[in-house]
Write a protein that binds this ligand. Structure first.
Ligand code: FHN
Length: 482
């Protein structure tokens, strides 16, 4: 039965993933005016300091760690495709066999300080850690279930040391929590009988207890990152989820919660039946990035990304295309240029060490960030017409525009079209400020920046210092009369 339910959940998950959440918004944005008790409680962005800090992060790290790191995508000598953290839902593994992995989980090489130092060197400003994934195994010693780290050979809390170590490095912590819980006998995919309903009521209380427990134990965490909220059982709990959200926010002022937590009374997730985003930022950008600023509808958002195609927990074999450092940097640049954050996933091994590929990526991203972080932190959408060479990022309060260059044209000439009344007063390399460029004017509000070399090993950043001007389109540049 449990297997069947898990399988259905897996199918639903795939469908949910396939559907573009953003399209959902466009559909509902016909500005209906449905009276909702449990829809969005705020229209537009949050304006407080906690959210401003979140918005400025730029780069984040995701950590998926749990029992699934032991089989790591393999069972009885066979390798399976699909995300390794979903192995319990596959036909090949029995629930008992999976849950018994708790007796093997002993991450003796785990060192919170060294994970945090790696993240710091990478330039990460926030980390999202799985406290409990869909399998229900808790990395903290929860009072409300035996299925926790306390009953593994390791015995000790993992979340506490991680929170401390990351915060010591100046990195904010967000706690990931899956509502869907394959271990809890009271969890249901759907509620079809009175028994289901009674069991699910118990499950709701269990969920509430665990969430309040997390906020009590780790009061410095900045937010909760919800997952596994697509099941029919949960999307019909609008009143309960809304009241729980209010309770959590009252307990933890400033708490940041994304759009995945709850549905409105019509079962709409992320965006309510009037098309307004629920929660503090849009969580629909999983392994995809918006194309343009219209796609984000003025909302805060972050993109969570895997290194291989779809693998969050540790998998012994990474199949398919493995993203390179430069590809990931381009994703980071694109996200920040469209007012979002970029969060890269890591799947630690069961012994607590990190795989070499991830260590190398962290190192290389960190090296690039070391030179170019000024263009990423606090970065915003720049209102400059997009060009094929890369992305513009601006910063509020200073007259600087950053050109993040990923594709150098064979001509070596980077086209820049400025918004009217913006003039470039200075242009130079962020990594080498002595390297100045004199833009060649090609129109009233356009120019070429001529690069001085043709070959580049890595993406780079050119800074444009700008001033306002009254320059108008008179003189030599005139529109064709057609
Ligand atoms: O099913 C999970 C998946 O395993 C992973 O945790 C990702 C991370 O965003 N979230 C779910 C799918 O949306």
């Amino acid at each position: 039965m449990i297997k069947k339910v898990i399988l259905i959940a897996a199918i639903v998950w795939n469908c949910v993933n396939a559907a573009n959440v953003n399209a959902q918004q466009t559909e509902t944005a016909a500005q209906k005016n449905i009276v909702l008790q449990h829809g969005a409680h705020r229209i537009g962005r949050r304006t407080d300091a906690d959210m401003a800090k979140w918005r400025a992060y730029g780069l984040g790290q995701f950590i998926h760690w749990g029992l699934y790191s032991i089989p790591a995508g393999e069972w009885r000598g066979q390798t399976y495709s699909g995300a390794s953290e979903w192995i319990k839902s596959w036909k090949v593994v029995s629930a008992t066999a999976y849950d018994s992995l708790i007796y093997q989980f002993n991450p003796t090489k785990f060192n919170a300080g060294s994970w945090a130092a790696i993240a710091k060197q990478m330039g990460v400003k926030y980390v999202t850690i799985t406290t409990k994934h869909h399998d229900g195994f808790c990395l903290w010693p929860s009072k409300y279930t035996h299925f926790t780290i306390a009953n593994s050979p390791y015995k000790k809390d993992l979340i506490g040391p991680l929170v401390k170590a990351y915060e010591r490095q100046g990195i904010d912590v967000i706690l990931y929590f899956s509502i869907m819980d394959w271990h809890n006998p009271d969890w249901r995919y759907d509620i079809k009988s009175r028994e289901d309903s009674i069991a699910f009521e118990r499950f709701k209380q269990f969920t509430r207890n665990q969430l309040l427990e997390l906020l009590t134990r780790y009061p410095t965490a900045k937010g909760l990152w919800f997952d596994g909220t697509w099941d029919k059982s949960w999307v019909t709990q609008a009143a309960f989820a809304d009241s729980l959200e209010k309770e959590m926010r009252a307990k933890h002022p400033g708490l940041i919660i994304g759009s995945r937590f709850r549905a409105d009374e019509y079962g709409k997730r992320h965006f309510d039946s009037n098309g307004h985003m629920m929660g503090d930022y849009e969580q629909g950008w999983e392994r995809k990035i918006p194309e343009n600023i219209e796609d984000v509808h003025g909302n805060d958002w972050d993109c969570v990304m895997t290194v291989p195609e779809n693998q969050w927990g540790y998998g012994k074999v990474w199949k398919g295309h493995i993203k390179t450092t430069d590809e990931l940097l381009e994703m980071l640049a694109k996200c920040v240029s469209l007012d979002g954050n970029f969060v890269l996933n890591f799947g630690p091994k069961p012994d607590g060490s990190l795989r070499t590929e991830e260590l190398n990526l962290a190192k290389e991203i960190g090296e690039w960030m070391n030179t170019n972080k000024e263009a990423i932190y606090n970065g915003e959408y720049a209102s400059f017409a997009k060009q094929d060479w890369g992305y513009y990022i601006k910063k509020t309060g200073i007259n600087k525009i950053y050109m993040l260059v990923f594709n150098v044209p064979v001509s070596g000439a980077l086209k820049v079209v400025t918004p009217p009344h913006t003039v470039i007063s200075k242009a130079y390399d962020l990594g080498n400020p002595a390297q100045n460029y004199v833009p060649e004017e090609t129109g009233t509000f356009s120019c070429f920046i001529h690069l001085k070399q043709q070959a580049f090993k890595h993406p780079f950043v050119i800074v444009l210092e700008t001033t306002d001007s009254n320059k108008n389109s008179g003189s030599q540049y005139q529109k064709a009369k057609i």
